[in-house]
Write a protein that binds this ligand. Structure first.
Ligand code: CAA
Length: 240
């Protein structure tokens, strides 16, 4: 069935793969972006998917923008919380700003978006929420106390909201990707990344489509019995 989907941070990386895959499935899709204007314009041109610019870490900005998006594309049935940033640095050097930026963009954004959209989903008796967490929220990672905390927080958030929403036709699941070939992973120092890739049993980085295919399934009607779960796609790097 054709639904309306919103993917945060959807103009590049994993978010782009998810947005285009959902469009291929016949859904009506919109994405959000924040920083990279040029990439967003190219994305819109190449995919025909509408992109809305706002900061998902700010509740008031989400409120205003989601009203606009729902006026333009219709009530959101499928929400993919994908937007995320890193500020990698060991804790003993981490500034409060580096902590708060990551927590608010990666975790508080899930509260903002879900809080604003859950009422409509409850009223309509249908919803699909997928939170894009990370292998590093499951296993920890040197230099990522902020990111690992945010991504682990998403897993608890997913389970609690799944319980609250199950009786209303809404499923809430998480995907925990491993190291995927994106700008974010490319920003890790070459020698550090080479060491990480050597620890991936399949022997290479993942692709955005490896994550998108899981999201396509989780948001489908067929996945209605799956809620509160975390599905990993990490090439065998961490087994839970
Ligand atoms: N494990 C153990 N020790 C490590 C280490 C590691 N992974 N990395 C560095 N160290 C050691 C260094 O060898 C060094 O020790 P010595 O002083 O004895 O030589 C010490 O820790 C300090 O290292 P640095 O001075 O190099 O620390 P730094 O301030 O430069 O920061 C870092 C290092 C930038 C955090 C670097 O470790 C790093 O980039 N780590 C990778 C982080 C990472 O994986 N990010 C993932 C980004 S992609 C993503 O997040 C997507 C996703 O979901 C998977």
């Amino acid at each position: 069935m054709k639904r309306t989907a919103l993917v945060t941070g959807g103009t590049r990386g994993i978010g782009r793969s998810i947005a285009t895959a959902l469009k291929d499935d016949g859904h009506s899709v919109a994405v959000t972006y924040h920083g990279n204007e040029e990439t967003a314009q190219r994305f819109v041109h190449e995919t025909g998917i509408a992109a809305f610019k706002f900061d998902v870490s700010q509740f008031a900005a989400c409120d205003v923008s989601l009203k606009q998006i729902e006026r333009d594309v219709g009530p959101i049935d499928i929400l993919v919380n994908n937007a995320g940033i890193t500020r990698d640095v060991p804790l003993h050097k981490m500034t409060p700003a580096q902590w708060h930026e990551v927590i608010s963009t990666d975790l508080t954004s899930c509260f903002n978006m879900c809080r604003l959209l859950i009422g409509g989903m409850r009223d309509r008796g249908f919803g699909r929420i997928v939170n894009i967490s990370s292998i590093n929220g499951q296993k920890g990672q040197f230099g990522q106390t902020n990111y690992a905390a945010a991504k682990a927080g998403m897993l608890g958030f997913t389970k609690a909201l799944a319980l609250e929403s199950a009786a209303r036709g809404i499923t809430v699941n998480a995907v925990a990707p491993g190291y995927i070939e994106t700008d974010m992973v490319a920003s890790v120092a070459k020698e550090v990344l080479a060491r990480i890739v050597s620890q991936i049993p399949v022997g290479h980085l993942g692709q955005g489509d490896d994550v998108a295919r899981i999201v396509q399934f989780l948001v489908s009607e067929r996945a209605g019995f799956i809620t509160g779960s975390t599905i990993t796609a990490n090439g065998g790097q961490y087994l839970v």
